[in-house]
Design a protein around this ligand. Structure first.
Ligand code: NAD
Ligand code: MG
Length: 398
């Protein structure tokens, strides 16, 4: 192996669903990648097991108490991984000169600061943490530009669109002859459910996605279609698109991962089995291609591809996201924070499934929209929305 080509990788959120898939792909290519750092929040046992296998230089946990436990466990096993704790350490490791590639796979707003640290250090950033971009889109894309970071979308739809667009797609879609981005959605596990049925959805039902296995928060977002709403905002920033240029297409088989339509009538799609290792491998190796461990697509087994329009009456989150993007400024950060509080409350059985969009709508209405050109304004909007959501929760609790 050519040592000069070995890329050192940091995985933020290593113990999550995306993190584990990333380690799986990396382990298939020891001649190309070496793990520099692994981070997690509370899952110290999983992080210990990962350190035993991958022997990273650095590991980071949320709390010093857990870090001390991990230090002992690794010392006992004779592994000299340096163990750190807390938010400052997390951002420091994300921006450290000791790695070239950062996988941003922390869940939710907690990923914003470390992901931005990686961007500001000019890394190749593999972006799974869509909430970070939704919250701070303008700032984030500006930082990518200014610091020469290479931003590769890992969200399967955005990765698909990235693959369907010309290599040089910044500066407006129209210049490339692209007329529309077609963002596919599985429709979630309750695609055919009536409004009455939706009221009784339990956390267990919402977390059992038919096509993808994912973390609990994004599973609930997929079930409410808020995930597609966040992805719509994500696509606007990544591809310099206006919301009207993006059409959401419900496609229950989750085989077509998204498409780009061109002015000559051509529609280019990216297809594959629903397995996140494909976009992860794409991001790691781009512009090359590597084995991801994903089974080849068997079209005869898929047999048919269905497409239908989303029903925004039963799934209002999509409309709420569109409205937040149109409002601009801190509105998407408010939407995201309200949704994070609502989803957590739903998972704790403190809020009904159908009340998630109602709570988000109420918070978006109550919170003022400010300019989002300063990071402090984004963080303040996030905090204010969380406070308002908690306040409204007591009204919704019945
Ligand atoms: P997950 O819940 O399985 O894992 C989350 C990871 O983030 C864990 O390692 C956890 O320890 C860490 N984390 C959580 N809170 C933290 C905090 N406060 N500080 C530091 N670390 C923290 O989530 P996931 O399904 O892997 O999703 C991760 C991100 O990727 C999300 O933004 C999600 O929207 C996005 N994404 C996931 C998928 C998927 O298939 N799972 C697909 C597309 C996009
Ligand atoms: Mg997605």
């Amino acid at each position: 192996a050519d040592c000069a080509r070995i890329q050192r990788v940091t995985v933020l959120g290593a113990t999550g669903s995306i993190g584990k898939s990333t380690l799986d792909v990396i382990a298939r290519h020891p001649q190309r990648y070496r793990l520099h750092a692994l981070t997690a929040y509370r899952s110290r046992e999983t992080l210990r097991d990962q350190c035993l296998v991958h022997r990273p230089d650095v590991a980071v946990l949320g709390e010093e108490r857990d870090a001390a436990w991990l230090r002992d466990a690794l010392a006992e096993a004779g592994i000299d991984t340096q163990v750190r704790a807390g938010e400052a350490a997390l951002s420091e490791v994300a921006g450290s000169a000791d790695s070239e590639v950062v996988m941003a796979a922390i869940m939710g707003a907690a990923g914003l600061m470390p992901t931005l640290a990686a961007v500001r250090a000019g890394k190749r950033v593999l972006l799974a943490n869509k909430e970070a971009l939704v919250m701070s889109g303008a700032l984030f894309m500006e930082a990518v530009e200014r610091h020469g970071a290479v931003l590769l979308p890992i969200d399967s739809e955005h990765n698909a669109i990235y693959q369907c667009l010309p290599t040089e797609h910044r500066g407006g879609l129209a210049r490339q002859g692209v007329t529309q981005l077609l963002l596919t959605a599985s429709g979630g596990p309750f695609r055919d459910w009536s409004q009455t049925q939706l009221k009784a959805v339990t956390p267990e039902q919402a977390c059992a996605h038919p096509n993808w296995s994912m973390g609990r928060k994004i599973s609930v977002d997929s079930a409410t279609l808020m995930n597609k709403g966040l992805e719509l905002i994500e696509a606007c920033w990544l591809f310099d698109a206006r919301p009207e240029q993006i059409q959401v297409v419900v496609h229950p088989q989750s085989v077509v991962h998204s498409m780009a339509a061109y002015s000559d009538g051509s529609v280019i799609a990216q297809l594959g089995n629903p397995d996140m290792r494909t976009p992860i491998a794409y991001g790691l190796a781009w512009p090359e291609r590597i084995d991801a461990g994903v089974a080849p697509l068997d079209l005869f087994q898929v047999a048919r591809l269905d497409f239908e329009a989303p029903d925004e009456a039963r799934f209002p989150c999509l409309r709420l996201a569109r409205e937040a993007m149109a409002a601009g400024g801190t509105a998407p950060a408010t939407l995201n924070a309200a949704n994070e509080v609502a989803v957590e409350a739903f998972l704790d059985a403190r809020l009904g499934f159908a009340d998630i969009p109602r709570l988000v709508a109420a918070v978006c209405e109550a919170c003022e929209v400010h300019s989002a050109h300063e990071l402090s304004a984004v963080l303040a909007a996030d905090e204010a929305a969380r406070r308002e959501a908690e306040r409204q929760l007591t009204r919704f609790a019945s």
